[in-house]
Structure formats: C-alpha cells, structure tokens
Design a binder for this molecule. Structure first.
Ligand SMILES: Nc1ncnc2c1ncn2[C@@H]1O[C@H](COP(=O)(O)OP(=O)(O)OP(=O)(O)O)[C@@H](O)[C@H]1O
Length: 233
C-alpha cells in the first residue's frame, strides 16, 4: 500500500533522513517509533507533501507521489499540530474536507460525530477547541473519508481515555474494511495493543521493521527500543 525507497532529506547541513526504506502492506497498522529528533515527523511530512524531499521515491496504492492530485486522495494526514481557522465551525471544516475528497457522506459523518461524542461541540468555531477536540475533529474527518491509508503523527496526544477507546474501535473497523494505517508514537504499550507491526527509525534510517507478535516472543518492546538506541547504527 505504501512504499518508500531511499528517502532523503536535509535541513541545511543536517542530514535528517539518510535513505529511509519502508513498505506498509494493505491492512497493516504500523507503529512508527524512534527517539526524539529521529526524523519521524519529517518522514511523514515528506510522504504527505508538507516537506519537500531531497531524494527517493514514495508510492501509495500504486500511485507515485509525482502524480500529485490523485496521490493526495490516497491518504488522509493527521498532523501533531493544527493550523486552525478560528471562526469556522468544525462541522463546516469537515464538510469542506469531505468535498475535497469527494467523500461527503452525511450518514457516515453523523456516525463518527456521535461515536466521538462531539454532537454538542461540532458546530462551535474551531478557535474555541481544545487540542484533544481538534484531534477528534481530524479523526472524524479521517474515518468518514476512509482513504486507502491514514497517516497520523502522534494521534493519541490530547485524547481522553474514552476517546482513545473510540479511536481503537474505529481503527479496527477501518482496517477490517481494507484500510491501512501508519502512525508515529512514543507509546510502546499502544503499539503493543493495536499495531500489527513496528518500524524503528534511528538516525535517519529504518533499523528494524518487524511484526509486533514476533518481537514480543523475544522480549518487550521497551527493551527492544533501548537495545536499538544503545547499538551502533
Ligand atoms: N523545519 C525544520 N528546520 C530545521 N530543522 C528541522 C526542521 N524540522 C525538523 N528539523 C530537525 O530534524 C530532526 C528530526 O525532526 P523530527 O521532528 O522529524 O523528529 P521526530 O522523530 O518527529 O521527533 P519527536 O519524537 O521529538 O517528535 C530534528 O533534529 C529537528 O530539529
């Protein structure tokens, strides 16, 4: 579903991505982990076009990133920071996004608004929203669109325990219906519970991409993380 080959990116003289190679299969939920500053957000921004890559190829659902218009409809990206239109209601914003994706489905939208218990606040201006509410708004848009792949940068930040549970259930349904997910996180217990696989990014390269099940046979994810950090690349 997602193929990244030899992705490179520099900021000034700093080589942040040194040749990222990653394949995510259809139906996979991939936890994307790495130390602070490893380059996770940069990788996600290169995939989604928020940052221009220096080199490498990115293909989603057999469509190369160079076919920009159609490529952008293959994914929905939830960033870790939101650029908010302060006076626009979340409801209007979601409608706008759904129309862009040509996926306006009122019934499905209502379903997710109710699932995340946003019935009361969805008509309020986004400028009045808390960080967690903005995350829920983005999740409602993502699940309503149900694109081939949902890409998320630390999606659980700001979510209360109820919203986390709803998120997990929606994710399960989405994947059972053919969706694919990649999300960055520092929460290894979440990866353990909901991801099929995990990819470790270290110093600009993927150093391990394995099924969670097989890693758990060898130990816990925390130990694996610590060992990877301690080893030479
Ligand atoms: N716009 C930018 N300009 C200059 N340097 C940047 C920029 N964005 C990121 N960097 C640098 O690139 C490196 C990787 O940053 P990135 O945000 O991708 O890491 P991360 O793995 O997502 O980190 P964290 O887990 O802390 O969120 C860091 O050293 C960061 O300072």
């Amino acid at each position: 579903m997602l193929t990244i080959l030899n992705l490179t990116k520099k900021f000034g003289k700093q080589e942040v991505l040194k040749g990222v190679d990653l394949q995510v299969k259809k139906g996979e939920i991939l936890g994307f982990v790495g130390a602070n500053g490893a380059g996770k957000t940069t990788t996600l921004h290169c995939i989604t076009g928020l940052e221009e890559q220096d080199g490498g190829n990115i293909v989603i659902n057999n469509i190369p990133k160079t076919h920009e218009t159609i490529f952008k409809k293959q994914f929905y990206f939830i960033p870790d920071t939101f650029h908010v239109f302060k006076n626009i209601s979340a409801y209007d914003w979601i409608h706008f996004v759904l129309k862009l994706y040509e996926k306006l489905d009122e019934e499905k939208l209502d379903y997710y608004i109710k699932a995340f218990e946003m019935q009361k606040s969805i008509y309020k201006p986004m400028g009045t929203y808390s960080y967690g509410m903005l995350h829920k708004m983005a999740l409602i848009a993502a699940f309503t669109i149900s694109p081939p792949i949902i890409i998320m940068d630390e999606p659980l930040n700001g979510l209360d325990p109820f919203a986390v549970l709803v998120f997990k259930n929606c994710l399960k349904d989405y994947v059972e219906n053919g969706g694919t997910v990649i999300f960055s996180t520092h929460l290894l217990d979440v990866v353990e519970k909901i991801c099929e696989s995990i990819a470790f990014l270290k110093e600009g390269r993927i150093v391990l991409h394995e099924s969670v099940e097989s890693l758990l046979l060898e130990g816990n994810l925390e130990t694996t993380f610590m060992e990877i950090q301690a080893n030479e690349v």
